[in-house]
Design a protein around this ligand. Structure first.
Ligand code: PDD
Length: 269
């Protein structure tokens, strides 16, 4: 990778994280579609990227010899002499590698996680999965300082947006509330599945934000992401959510999510 790569010098690119097991990928088409939307939004010429990744990824996983894990994909604008203007003829850099890993056990889902509230210091195009993750890194550090695992971004209007690297859901009176998929959040692939599963299970879903104060007195809070599926958040800012245990709505949806993921990732799925 060139030292002049726009990804290296400007964080000028997009990425995806996709889960796999054996030769199966979890919702690969949706991830590649989002990658393509990001490339279009940033005017990075992504012609053929999607097809190339679709062709190369199975071989990459095969050669890695790993049975389970995630794939990191990245496309940057490519190498060009350092200049803020978009280069006319840079060839995008496409990268993919395999990270072998295991995923959460049911006991870990029950154990849940913790979070802290923080002012959203990110830009206003969080719908683009851009590789500039400086704010997320700072957020994670603040969370660690406060003894929490994840940060929850709160807008200047006190509305809760999403987590540092996940989407966020709040259960109030049996209904699931989550921020609408606008420019303040990433439209998570897992988020969409959570909403589908909730609706199928007869749970009312509201794509409307709640305030930080409403979140603190919610019955349940949970997050979703490729690497964590659906995970209950049991404490926020050191205060227990509900009874401080994984709640019934979260667990019902988490159970259903595991079944859906297992089916997608099973060889005959
Ligand atoms: N993060 N919101 C943000 C800010 C994210 O970074 C992510 C994913 C999500 C969830 O999206 P999905 O369900 O499509 O994974 C929401 C990835 C996993 C990461 O950066 O590692």
């Amino acid at each position: 990778i060139s030292v002049q790569d726009r990804g290296f010098q400007f964080a000028d690119g997009v990425y995806e994280v996709v889960r796999f097991k054996g030769s199966r990928f979890l919702w690969l088409d949706e991830h590649l579609a989002r990658l393509e939307r990001g490339l279009t939004a940033l005017a990075i010429p992504g012609v053929g990227s999607r097809d190339r990744f679709t062709r190369v990824l199975p071989e990459l996983v095969r050669r890695s010899g790993s049975g389970e894990g995630s794939i990191y994909l990245q496309v940057t604008r490519g190498p060009a002499p350092r200049d803020f203007s978009m280069p006319i003829s840079a060839v995008p850099t496409e990268l993919a590698y395999v990270a072998p890993q295991t995923f959460f056990t049911w006991d870990q889902v029950l154990a849940g996680t913790t979070a802290c509230l923080m002012e959203d210091i990110r830009w206003t195009r969080c719908d683009i999965k851009a590789i500039c993750l400086t704010a997320a890194v700072l957020g994670k550090a603040v969370a660690a300082e406060r003894g929490a695992s994840e940060v929850i971004w709160v807008g200047p209007d006190r509305l809760v947006r999403e987590g540092g690297s996940c989407n966020l859901f709040v259960v109030r009176g049996g209904e699931v509330w989550t921020h609408p998929a606008d420019r303040h959040i990433l439209a998570g692939v897992t988020r969409l599945r959570v909403l589908e599963i909730a609706r199928e299970s007869g749970v009312v879903v509201r794509e409307e934000p709640v305030t930080a104060e409403e979140l603190l007195v919610a019955d349940e809070v949970f997050l979703s992401s490729t690497l964590r599926d659906l995970l209950p958040i049991l404490r926020v800012d050191g205060r227990p959510i509900g009874r401080g245990q994984a709640g019934p709505v979260s667990l019902r949806l988490a159970e259903r999510m595991r079944a859906v993921v297992d089916r997608e990732l099973s060889a005959d799925g």
